[in-house]
Design a protein around this ligand. Structure first.
Ligand code: DAO
Length: 184
């Protein structure tokens, strides 16, 4: 049964952040209000010897509506009492880019092929559902999800009440390299 209250959203059980580390390609995205990352989104998670998780991420963004750049982003993660729920502080290498402090929840992953991420920025006070969320569908493979993972991911999109709200995230070789390098 589906429960759209943020507090009841099921996350990955026994989440292992070391196995989640490494490179992920965003292949699908549900955008938040005032979207930021558009396409060519690649994230790299790192867990150091003290268990501290950090990430670098790259993606194409628009600044001031028309100025297209590749954003170099950085993030640090704070653990919470649930191993699959993190608080993520993020900022751009360039000061023109977005900064923020968001939830970063891992809904499901097999670590080797797919991961479903979820973040709710604003909860409706009246009923506890999410008023402003975003979600990444990550793949270890730039080409996208394997057929066998697509069904699992579809079911998870439904579980987090975001079925039908995703768009495809494209990866164009060389896309970012050709853009204005304000953030190098
Ligand atoms: O793209 O609309 C958006 C919201 C995303 C904000 C966070 C981006 C920077 C940090 C990415 C780390 C890995 C998810």
């Amino acid at each position: 049964a589906q429960d759209c209250q943020v507090a009841n959203i099921p996350v990955m059980q026994n989440f292992n952040k070391s196995r989640y580390a490494g490179q992920w390609y965003a292949v699908g995205k549900k955008d938040p209000d005032g979207l930021f990352l558009l396409d060519n989104i690649v994230a790299n998670f790192n867990v150091d010897e003290d268990g501290i998780t950090t990430a670098t991420a790259r993606g194409r963004v628009y600044i001031f509506k028309y100025w297209e750049v590749c954003a170099d982003m950085r993030a640090t993660f704070e653990d919470t009492s649930d191993p699959a729920k993190f608080k993520m502080k993020y900022w751009g290498v360039s000061a023109l880019l977005q900064t923020g402090y968001d939830d970063h929840w891992v809904i499901d992953t097999d670590y080797d092929n797919y991961a479903v991420h979820y973040s709710c920025r604003k909860v409706h006070e009246v009923n506890g559902t999410c008023a402003d969320s975003y979600s990444f569908i990550f793949s270890r493979h730039e080409s996208g999800l394997r057929l066998e993972d697509q069904q699992i991911v579809s079911a998870k999109k439904h579980d987090i009440c975001l079925a039908g709200k995703y768009r495809r995230v494209t990866h164009t070789p060389g896309q970012c390299e050709n853009l204005t390098p304000i953030d190098s």
